[in-house]
Unconditional design. Sequence first.
Lengths: 228, 228
Amino acid sequence: MPLPSSTVENYLKTIYKAQAAQRDHGRLVPMGHLAQALNVVPGTATTMVKALAESGLVHYEPYAGVRLTPAGEKLAALVLRRHRLIELFLVKVLGMSWAEVHDEAERLEHAASDKLIDRIDNMLGRPATDPHGDPIPDSSGSMVVRDYQTLLTCPLGTPVVLTRVTDQDAAFLRFLEGNSLKPGQKLRIEARDDAADQVVVRGKRDAKITIGMRAAAKLQVAPAEPEG
Amino acid sequence: MPLPSSTVENYLKTIYKAQAAQRDHGRLVPMGHLAQALNVVPGTATTMVKALAESGLVHYEPYAGVRLTPAGEKLAALVLRRHRLIELFLVKVLGMSWAEVHDEAERLEHAASDKLIDRIDNMLGRPATDPHGDPIPDSSGSMVVRDYQTLLTCPLGTPVVLTRVTDQDAAFLRFLEGNSLKPGQKLRIEARDDAADQVVVRGKRDAKITIGMRAAAKLQVAPAEPEG
DNA sequence: GCCCGGGTTTTGAGTGGTCAAAAAACAAAG
DNA sequence: CTTTGTTTTTTGACCACTCAAAACCCGGGC
Ligand SMILES: [Mn+2]
Ligand SMILES: [Mn+2]
Ligand SMILES: [Mn+2]
Ligand SMILES: [Mn+2]
């Protein structure tokens, strides 16, 4: 059992995230989705997945799709852990923008040793989430998955706090940053208009921000704690 | 011109270091040395070097050896820059031991972007040398190479300062650390005995340290500045 | 000049990862 | 059912990198 190549790690991570994205826990991830997410041609994904199945990391059902085995799931979670701790480290310690850390972490996640990752984890105070609000698995590979509302589904008027952004696109993140829409920010939904494809929110210093519904769906929120 | 793979980067870096190690600037590095340093079989090195020559990174002379072209030299220097800045960063910012940072940097050097490296360089105050005293090339790929004496060649009795350690072996580095033999340390050679394979030095708090001559040759020193 | 030995190159093969294009399977609709 | 369109798999090929082993070159020694 040689250490998994970065290709293998990327496949596992992608399956993991696809699995998490579909509500139904035990469903199979279709080959097409996997290929597209990994930017390879479908035949490549098929070949690779068969190899992963051979080494016991995934369960593969021809013409149906793929799902991680417990072994694969643990490995994937550890890659995700490395990725997210590195992102947070780059932001907190090196002062990089949350818009650019994703690409950097995409490569570093395969090169950083567990020893280094633990050191980073420690220095950051064992954080629970990364700069985008994504949960960070612990060193055993388990993590707390909370089920948030989005700016599309949460109640109007009541104060909420932005907890997670589910899109790593740099331009999108820069836009959000420019409007102070980062995790931790308190918000209140003013209005939603399906026909106009608009969601209007009040943010920092009561500034009014209008975004489209596809963007709104990428912003997850929790009920704001009534504090001090 | 796709970015060089980490394999290519390792070949270039190894040729660079071999070239630097032989006094004669323009001599060719023999294939055997290269293969051994890279832990590959000689035939592999030959094949690879021919490919490097094809892309203009090295000059290759069959049965004679290989030398970097200006393009190859610049690329190699930048890999070295990444490696050494990462090492220093791991020691200074993350508190890792100078004995373990080499292996970590060996992988990270291929994954870190120039943007990240510049940030690290900045945070460290544009340092001139890494934790082992190796010079750090600037972002254009040039660096100051100074010619030091070693504990084997320097004059007896006169105070010197340890400037560089030319062996990355973790056990050796731990031994040195245990005896406070790190760059910056002031020393004075007490005695040298060829027959007994011994070099005796006075170090921190006048502690007496005796090391073998092969080890002594790996410790480079400069005349100590007489400072207040 | 010839041979010998150490270093070097060639050859043939294998692994991991990928694509293009043809073939096969499936789902959905008539 | 049968047809149609989409998804998936198969096939054949290729590239980067590697090794084992055979063939080769070349600088001494005789
Ligand atoms: Mn990755
Ligand atoms: Mn993230
Ligand atoms: Mn390396
Ligand atoms: Mn070093």
